[in-house]
Design a binder for this molecule. Structure first.
Ligand code: F6P
Length: 326
């Protein structure tokens, strides 16, 4: 058992729905075990700027249902430099803080890995990114809400696509990963799903669309992950339209709407569990690990590993989606 008197928590990188629920869980679990809990504003930049203050039960009340993050979030260039990390460490020491919990994605854990090795300071990571690309957890906080946002939007696009006999190219986020596109593409019955993990062949896509037309399809949805190798949704739409005029086409880029909104039940429960487990892991003496959920069990993955590996796409799901959209 490790005695932690003061704990700090921050959110870093792109915000994700459910981060507030995780902050609440960290704070309340900390209070339960007699800790003082500090909230750091603006991620690592707030650590460097000494922008932190003590949380109380009231501050974390009524936030479990709110999107965004009450602690705000940033991507800090200063934390990539030794001087920045030294300032961050000095500020933690000045406040007598014994341990840090960081909620974010792989950029956040890359920083956490360097920092915890440099200063031998206990840091635990909680996965929070709509991209869901982190190795060591089946789901990251925010992903479920984001895909449900996409599904709701695409269902609406289907209505208008059907009325006007149009083909929509819908671009979704994910940076260099296709998890959002794949899952929401399956859920919306997309005619094709283009993701960075597999090579996109425009000729194959056109052949599929021609086949659909012969089968009397009059409209469709092509889900395009923003990092696809064939380009963004505008580029893919142009490449298709140049060689196939079977449909009138339109492009919709869903953008940051995917990052907002009230977290789903699944994200609230995941965030609550991971926040709780993160504090318990610190009490057990764990450090430099990301806490995840694999097969519904808490799983510890060293930062070293979580930042080096990428979560793999399940290729058979893509094959299934193509068969089901015939
Ligand atoms: O990592 C989350 C994410 O939303 C990615 O899907 C996207 O590529 C990126 O962040 C967008 O970043 P920003 O908010 O800085 O434009």
């Amino acid at each position: 058992m490790n005695k932690i008197n003061k704990l700090a928590v921050l959110t870093s990188g792109g915000d994700a729905p459910g981060m507030n629920a995780a902050i609440r869980a960290v704070a309340r679990t900390g209070f339960f075990y007699g800790m003082e809990v500090y909230g750091v504003k603006r991620g690592y930049q707030g650590l460097i700027d000494n922008d932190m203050s003590e949380l109380d039960n009231q501050i974390v009340a009524n936030i479990i249902q709110r999107g965004g993050t009450i602690l705000k979030s940033e991507r800090s260039d200063d934390f990539m430099k030794t001087e920045g990390r030294q300032k961050a460490y000095d500020n933690l020491r000045t406040h007598n803080i014994d341990a840090l919990i960081v909620i974010g994605g792989d950029g956040t854990f890359t920083g956490a890995n360097i920092f915890s090795n440099e200063f031998d300071f206990p840091v635990i990571g909680v996965p929070g990114t709509i991209d869901n690309d982190l190795y060591g957890t089946d789901y990251a906080i925010g992903y479920d809400t984001a895909i449900n946002t996409v599904v709701e939007a695409v269902d609406k696009l289907r209505d208008t696509a059907g009325s006007h006999n149009r083909l929509f190219f819908v671009e979704v986020m994910g940076r260099d990963a296709g998890f959002i596109a794949l899952r929401s593409g399956i859920a919306t019955g997309a005619e094709d799903i283009l993701i960075p993990e597999t090579e996109t062949c425009i000729t194959d896509l056109i052949n599929k669309l021609k086949h659909d037309r012969r089968g009397n399809k009059t409209s469709g949805i092509i889900m395009v992950a923003e990092g696809d190798d064939a380009g963004n949704a505008y580029e893919v739409a142009r490449k298709v339209s140049e060689n196939f005029q079977g449909y009138e086409t339109r492009v919709t880029v869903l953008g940051h709407v995917q990052r907002g909104g009230a977290p789903t039940c699944m994200d609230r429960v995941l965030a609550s569990t991971l926040g709780y487990e993160a504090v318990k892991a610190l009490i057990k003496g764990k450090k430099a690990i990301m806490i995840g959920k694999i097969n519904n069990q808490a799983a510890y993955t060293p930062f070293e590993k979580s930042v080096k590996h990428h979560r793999q796409i399940n290729g058979s799901l893509l094959e299934m989606a193509r068969i089901l959209s015939l």
